[in-house]
Write a protein that binds this ligand. Sequence first.
Ligand code: ZN
Length: 460
Amino acid sequence: MSRADAIAAARRHVTDGHFASELARRVAIPSESPREDSGADHRRYLEDEMRPWLESMGFSCRILENPSIDRLPALFAERHEGDDLPTVLTYGHGDVLWGMAGDWDEGLDPWKLVERDGRLYGRGTVDNKGQHAINLAALSAVLEARGRLGFNVKVIIEMGEESGSPGLQELAETHRDLLSADVLIASDGPRIGADRPTVFLGARGSLNFHLICECREGAHHSGNWGGVLTNPGIRLAHALATLTDANGRIQIDAWRPPSIPENVRAALDQLAFEPGPNDPQLNPDWGEPGLQGPAQVMGFSSFEVLAFLCGRPEAPVNAVPGWARATCQLRYVVGVDGEQILPALREHLDAHGFSDIKVERMKRGFFSATRTDPDNDWVRLVRASVEETTGKPVSLLPNLGGSLPNEVFAETLGMPTVWVPHSHPACSQHAPNEHMLASVAEEGMAMMAGVWWDIGERRA
Ligand SMILES: [Zn+2]
């Protein structure tokens, strides 16, 4: 059997309804990781759905208990064909966010897969049950076509991604050898457009923090005290105004990448930012001068004031407030040292006369910036393979504008990371009416069968 046969079989798996009927069973398991009593559902997903399927493909499986939260175990599976063959690690998460039953459109239910108008509705269809189902079903198609894969595969499926992947980092540190591989090839998140095969290689980092100006306890009548008491809102506004210029250009050197690598810039310049009819108008003068659209969002850092609180906005009174607080976020790219972001901020504030402004790092919301070199051999292989299979150019994102815990793979396990998303921007992930497009499922299945086939051909 040939590459084309394996791809045709993979496509058939979607068009003949097998993919939807398998996914329906998995969607029916309400594996909401934020729910305290969800432990049995997570084990059911791994033990009743993933394990038998993987074992039927010749994988040996074991549960990795979560060192951080008991109810969120992970499944590790391995199919070893030869010591001299390359090893691919693939990843998925079987947990979902809240089902939000009752908020879905008429006739839809988070735990019941419904196919309607070329869409497969159900919680987890795109995030992420449907995506790892595609990758593993494509693997099965290649295995059947060729009798072997021609490479080794390791699989990790965690059940805590929607709760911030608790324990995943520790698991990676404890099981470094078990999880070691030549490359991570996995799927999560959306394509850049529904009909555009997309590959992304990392993510921007992100750090959230509060800036606080605390002058005194409580507020004081502005008729009696206004003029002799410092206003914390004004102090904080002036401090914030030193962080960027009036058009959002970041003023702290340590927050800015020293440069955008040439091949990263070239990849970004090939992407178009295409706002839909309901998206906001872009502000071309905002941010780093000379950068537009994708180069701005994925190639550079951006600073946001997420919230600014002073006094009682809901019912202002004539008083000098006692304190003011801004909740801030820096998203940053490779080239910015995540550990230097807050020390550099402290130094900057002190140098500008704002030693009274406190910096408080938020507990959640820290991600490292990661980006595999666009010229890495594995990236070239996947890209060429997908282009051959689909006949379409691949949209190559050096990194996402958003964040994801890719550092577990890119840094802790130290492997190149190649993500091939099978969702689309309007998929309603995390909201009612989550759905996968049948057309993307079919194309994704074909793409992945092609990728697995080509790795087995040792085209790397
Ligand atoms: Zn999610």
